[in-house]
Ligand binder design. Structure first.
Ligand code: GUN
Ligand code: ZN
Length: 429
């Protein structure tokens, strides 16, 4: 049996602080005890625990961050100039994804991608592959070797562009093979992945719904209501549907295992229907601003009890860092007239993400019985961070102000270490 003990400040959310005033657990002088990759206890330091303790003065331990929407094959086109969604897909995204027809390319990029996640403190992600089955084989193999809790799926896109097109039969067979080969292996999970309404025929969407119903351990991920032109074209392609969400609903894709990225331009009916189904929305502010897609309405989702989590949406998103993502979410809130407080922000990127994926019993918080995915944050990673997060700093004395400054200013430099199931998986140089 391997036991590890870390003495540092501990910060974790035990519930949604929007609705539960006791949701924040903060132990200025705390102890995290880990046994065989599982958290045994997380609480105040109460004297010698009888095992060797690693002191981490000035550091803050938080749960590993959860990115509920990201595209691994778009790593190399992050920050590509010009154009809104549909032009961006044509100009930058589809050519980059075509390169994944080469399994060796996919294997190389899988390592780069996972390195980048861990460097930024992301220990779980829900990930799009390309249309190629081998892209997801490569990602799963790399994530399994690192023992990461990762969910991914092969894009279904029988209406995709030349070179990135599958067919209802082949897309289904590839998805079934990936589920058989990888789902529940180690900490891996499979997500059935129709790219978006415009990329799939009714026949393919029907098949996706049948697979989702047939396997109770898989998820569904797709895009929803991101861009006005996309929404108009979707309405033209599916005149029988009440709205964008209804395209998916008519094919059995709106469930409590479904995560929809964006959801910026929804009607109230769609928000209410997703909440009733127990679905979740991935809020991807850096992408939404970068592509000029629009301003996500978090307050409306909250009002209807719709689960929301954070997504970077790399490569339309401009950072792998969930701190940078939360900072942009705060600014979107400012433009929407609502404030995202830092505890809620941290919740959305940890326990909120775990809840969106129905994984809250395993990840998302520092609590006994959870898998030991956690971060050692260095709140003094840069001179400016040090000034703004010091307990004694003039305006940064209280925890809320310090955490807010940390979220607004942090990037991968603030992530000193990333632990995956108790194993050191990244250490800042
Ligand atoms: N809609 C369909 N495909 C994509 C994609 O790759 N990125 C984003 N942001 N939206 C999409
Ligand atoms: Zn996306």
């Amino acid at each position: 049996m391997s036991t590890q003990a870390f003495r540092a400040s501990l910060l974790t959310l035990l519930d949604d602080p929007r609705t539960n005033p006791d949701a924040v657990a903060w132990h200025e002088d705390g102890l995290l005890l880990v046994e065989d990759g599982q958290i045994v206890s997380a609480g105040p330091y109460a004297g010698d625990p009888g095992v060797p303790v690693e002191p981490l003065p000035g550091r803050i331990l938080i749960p590993g961050l959860i990115d509920t929407h990201i595209h691994f094959p778009q790593t190399d086109i992050i920050a590509s100039y010009g154009a809104q969604l549909l032009d961006w897909l044509k100009t930058h995204t589809f050519p980059a994804e075509q390169a994944f027809v080469d399994p060796a390319h996919a294997a190389r990029l899988a390592e780069v991608f996972l390195d980048e996640l861990l460097r930024n403190g992301t220990t779980t992600a829900m990930v799009f592959g390309t249309v190629h089955k081998a892209s997801v084989d490569a990602l799963f193999a790399a994530a399994l070797a690192r023992n990461m809790r990762l969910i991914a799926g092969k894009c279904l896109m029988d209406h995709g562009p030349e070179g990135l097109r599958d067919a209802p039969d082949s897309g289904r067979a590839d998805s079934e093979a990936l589920i058989r080969d990888w789902s529940r292996r180690g900490r891996l999970g499979y997500a059935i992945t129709p790219r978006f309404a415009l990329s799939s025929s009714r026949e393919q969407l029907t098949g996706a719904g049948e697979m989702l119903a047939a396997h109770d351990h898989v998820w569904l991920q797709t895009h929803l209501s991101e861009n006005p032109t996309e929404i108009r074209l979707t309405a033209e392609r599916f005149p029988e549907a009440k709205d964008y969400l209804d395209v998916y609903d008519r094919h059995g894709l709106v469930t409590d295992r479904s995560v929809f990225a964006h959801g910026i331009h929804l009607r109230d009916r769609e928000v209410i229907r997703m909440a009733a189904a127990g679905s979740a929305v991935a809020f991807c502010p850096t992408s939404n601003l970068f592509l000029g897609s629009g301003l996500f309405d978090l307050a409306r989702c909250d009002a209807h009890g719709l689960r929301v989590a954070m997504g970077t949406d790399v490569g339309a998103g401009t950072s792998f860092s969930l701190f940078a993502t939360l900072a942009e979410a705060y600014k979107v809130g400012q433009l929407r007239g609502s404030n995202l407080d830092p505890f809620r922000a941290l919740y959305l990127a940890t326990l909120g993400g775990a809840r969106a994926l129905n994984l809250q019993d395993r990840i998302g918080s520092l609590q006994a019985g959870r898998e030991a995915d956690f971060l050692v944050l260095d709140p003094a990673a840069t001179p400016l961070l040090a000034r703004r997060t010091a307990p004694s700093s003039q305006r940064g004395g209280d925890l809320m102000s310090r955490l807010f400054a940390l979220i607004m200013l942090a990037d991968d430099r603030a992530v000193e270490r990333t632990y995956v199931m108790g194993r050191l998986a990244h250490q800042r140089a």
